[in-house]
Design a protein around this ligand. Sequence first.
Ligand code: ADP
Ligand code: ADP
Length: 218
Amino acid sequence: MPDYIVMLGAPGAGKGTQAARIAEKVALPHISSGDIFRENLKNETVLGKKAADYMNRGELVPDDLTIEMIADRLSRPDCANGAILDGFPRTPAQAEALDGMLQKLGGEVVVVPYIKVPEEELISRLSGRIVCKECGATFHKKFKPFESCPYGKCEGEYLYQREDDKVETVTNRIKVYLENTAPLIAYYQDKGVLQEVDGDQAIDDVLASLIAVLPQQE
Ligand code: ADP
Ligand code: ADP
């Protein structure tokens, strides 16, 4: 049966950083709703044009557009054994829609790691986040993590700061998270799949804590 892992946590908690690492370990695709939206923005697709203003303001893209996009992505062959979802669901309506999709696909959400990080740390992480235009890998200005870029050339022109990581937008995104996404903690707790993980540790230590709550690999 396909297994789906939902990474939960505020913007900047480390969902993308950790999902990429877990994806390698468990051999499931890492599906980031934000990355898919950014790809659509870059390619100026109809979806990208519809999503742009919401994203730049740090607001959520409407549920119907987001749900359709993820349903399409999860129906592709590389998700036949499951997936690691990063950034979706972000509202109760999206969580319910996901349950419906997975029922059709014959799978279920097996674990929801909730990466918990204090708010001051979130702001510092987001305002220092830099992304490689080439490979999408995420770094932070404070560290020197460039060796880990798969392309090995994430310097200078390849690195950029996301438009929505500017300080004004960051504060709004955390507010939007608290209003819309934080209720999902209780939603998944009620289903008995929530696992709280301390995200205020070094990246490798957070990874170790996450691996400890994932279903055992045969
Ligand atoms: P999210 O996907 O939850 O928004 P990211 O994975 O993009 O978060 O991480 C946000 C920023 O914080 C990035 O710059 C990343 O390099 C940095 N980061 C992630 N995890 C940690 C950690 N455990 N300690 C310090 N910085 C981190
Ligand atoms: P972060 O984890 O740093 O907040 P993401 O890359 O996940 O950022 O998302 C960036 C933006 O893309 C969000 O602020 C929002 O505008 C849009 N977005 C991503 N996922 C969703 C979603 N599930 N529902 C609505 N909007 C989304």
